[in-house]
Design a protein. Structure first.
Length: 281
């Protein structure tokens, strides 16, 4: 295949996955608004997404716009440039904005006109991960700031600013490893996926597959797979998302497909919440 076609294919994959992943942020907020409730889903997912997409936006912008970061990357990866593209930046920005919107539906249900529900506050475990990621990235940035070679484009074995960007990008990776787990367990305990939008999962699954495909094409064009090893976060994001999305698809279409009607399931989910509200009145 000619390089021209491969570049076209890479761009096509990039924009289609950008559209799929970008649209995947909307179904949950629309479902919550339609139901006037966040019952059946947990705030841990969008809450961690706020941190993850902030880190992803910062790292992508650094890889794409910073001459210093790009030069340090090239020094470590045989003169190649990062595989981050402009659609990665726009995707991250959209994800950050929509994560804030969805999280606000859990934190401020009355302002949205929602019925207060269980799962509207982050769990202690997720709060610990949130703060731990910030602390870890902060320590690496502090170490790099004290390195005499931080601005060098030749000292590839020393602490340089590229390492701080890697640290920030790994925050997104850690978040992606963990953020789906609370919802998987939430669905398991409820024996239902009602309140958790399957449309966002289908879009996320499609975007994840195409993201990996784009990175593979980019690496093939460069005739060097360091396009993947040099940007492990983007590659890992797609694979982790595919794994968790497969679990959600199994829960929705196989494990809990014979659950009671949506209205009955919703009542069952809201029952404990009503009891909780009654005890706190």
């Amino acid at each position: 295949m000619s390089d021209g076609f491969l570049y076209f294919l890479s761009g096509l994959f990039g924009w289609v996955y950008f559209i799929c992943w970008s649209l995947s942020f909307y179904p949950q907020s629309i479902l919550n608004y339609t139901r006037k409730s966040t019952s059946g889903s947990h705030v841990d997912f969008p809450f961690l997404n706020c941190l993850g997409f902030f880190a992803y936006l910062v790292s992508n912008m650094a890889f794409y716009y910073s001459p210093l970061i790009r030069a340090q990357y090239a020094a470590r990866h045989k003169g190649l440039t990062p595989t981050v593209q402009f659609n990665d930046i726009t995707f991250a920005a959209n994800g950050l904005i929509m994560s804030f919107v969805v999280t606000s539906q859990y934190f401020f249900p009355r302002q949205w006109g929602f019925t207060p529900s269980l799962g509207n506050r982050p769990s202690r475990f997720i709060l610990g991960i949130f703060l731990g990621c910030i602390l870890g990235a902060g320590i690496i940035i502090f170490v790099v700031a004290g390195s005499p070679d931080r601005d060098s484009v030749t000292a590839i074995d020393s602490w340089v600013w590229l390492d701080s960007i890697y640290a920030v990008s790994y925050v997104k990776l850690i978040v992606t490893f963990i953020k789906y787990t609370p919802q998987v367990l939430f669905n398991y305990r409820n024996k239902s996926t009602v309140g958790w939008s399957i449309h966002q999962i289908l879009l996320d699954f499609s975007g994840s597959f195409l993201s990996i495909a784009q990175q593979a094409v980019d690496s093939y064009i460069q005739h060097d797979w360091s396009g993947i090893t040099g940007n492990p976060v983007k590659f890992s994001l797609g694979n982790i998302s595919i794994l968790y999305n497969a679990i959600f698809l199994v829960q929705h279409f196989i494990l809990y497909r014979d659950a009671e009607s949506k209205a009955e399931e919703t009542d069952a989910l809201l029952g404990p919440e009503r009891d909780l509200e009654a005890r706190t009145d």
